[in-house]
Design a protein around this ligand. Sequence first.
Ligand code: NIG
Ligand code: FE
Length: 413
Amino acid sequence: MSVVIITNIKLLVNTRKENRLLRGKELAELPCIENAYLIIEDGTIAEYGSMGMLGQQDSENTIDASGQMILPAWCDSHTHLVFAASREEEFADKIKGLSYAEIAAKGGGILNSARKLNETSESELLRMAMTRLNEVMQSGTGAIEIKSGYGLSVEGELKMLRVIKKLKEISPIPVKATFLGAHTYPLEYKENHQSYIDLIIREMLPVIEKEKLADYIDVFCETGFFSAEETETICKAGIGYGLKPKIHANQLNLSGGVETGVKLGALSVDHLETMDEKTIAALANSGTIGTLLPTAAFFLRMPFQPARQLIDAGCAIALASDFNPGSSPSGNMNLVVAMSCIQMKMLPEEAINAATINGAYAMELEKELGSITVGKKANLIFTRPIPSLAYLPYAFGSNLIHKVMIEGEFIFS
Ligand code: NIG
Ligand code: FE
């Protein structure tokens, strides 16, 4: 058996005996142990406590973490990590003042990504996605959800999902796959929505089930994209194939996506830039998680998600990166945590809980990850020496991660 003993940890963060999806006021409670030790056996957390409780130990592998804090690795529950090309030409066009519609007319947006993805081979997509996965792991991500949605054809969507399945097999961290065939309407279906919905339901979902290509189903529920009714139809079909919904909702408008998600028992409704009191109350009174994506609001220069109102109303909130080439070309969860404190007035404790244990819940990985709990995977962030936990989001521009451990082993060291 391989045993790693970590001693003199300045602060061991998010230590929990029991799992619990945190909502409302609970998000501000972040249990920590000062001057702590942690024992890892075969990649799993075996024991932890304050240094005074550490008995005589005999292991070749002892790490002195003096001055450092240890956190559970980030659980990033919403990304579009598989894509064929970046879109910085659109970025420059937007700076020059072009509107979303003008960019789309120039062949930009999701359809631009879809054209490029359909021209790119599975092996090339896998290579690029693996590079991105390594980058986010280095910045502390210890579990990730990845969506399709840049295929928008039977072949393209299945290709994307097969790439995600390959990533699941070779990635050192857990990967969850979400089918987002309903990301936008391909041009040829612009005037014939029903035929594209039929394609999703009749041609894509049966193969996805047969090849076990997805864990969840997603729909971009938004004015000009998929209506609440269309979202419901597609999600119900997905549920029939064993896929729980995780929905893109209320990014640009009060789209009805939150209500539809709540009604269908969605695992999460994500984005939530545009919310009113009624929608907030509907979410607060449900078991559905609200996933906030502050870097997408930042990149699109949109109002940030109303995190304070959501938390004060009693919602269960998770934070995720939305890593994608169009609205959040960064998968850096440290930035997500910092931005949620700086711009959305989340407390550092709330943000850390939302990006760890609640993020794990938003991928149904809470039994494996998201907190320092005996029996969970030792996917951990070791910080550089920092004066306090609040320093993490406060010093937003510094790389404060010293090392990342995945199942008891340091990566890239
Ligand atoms: O989550 N909102 C829809 N989808 C993505 C952006 C897609 C793109 O522009 O490529 C998002 O923000
Ligand atoms: Fe997204």
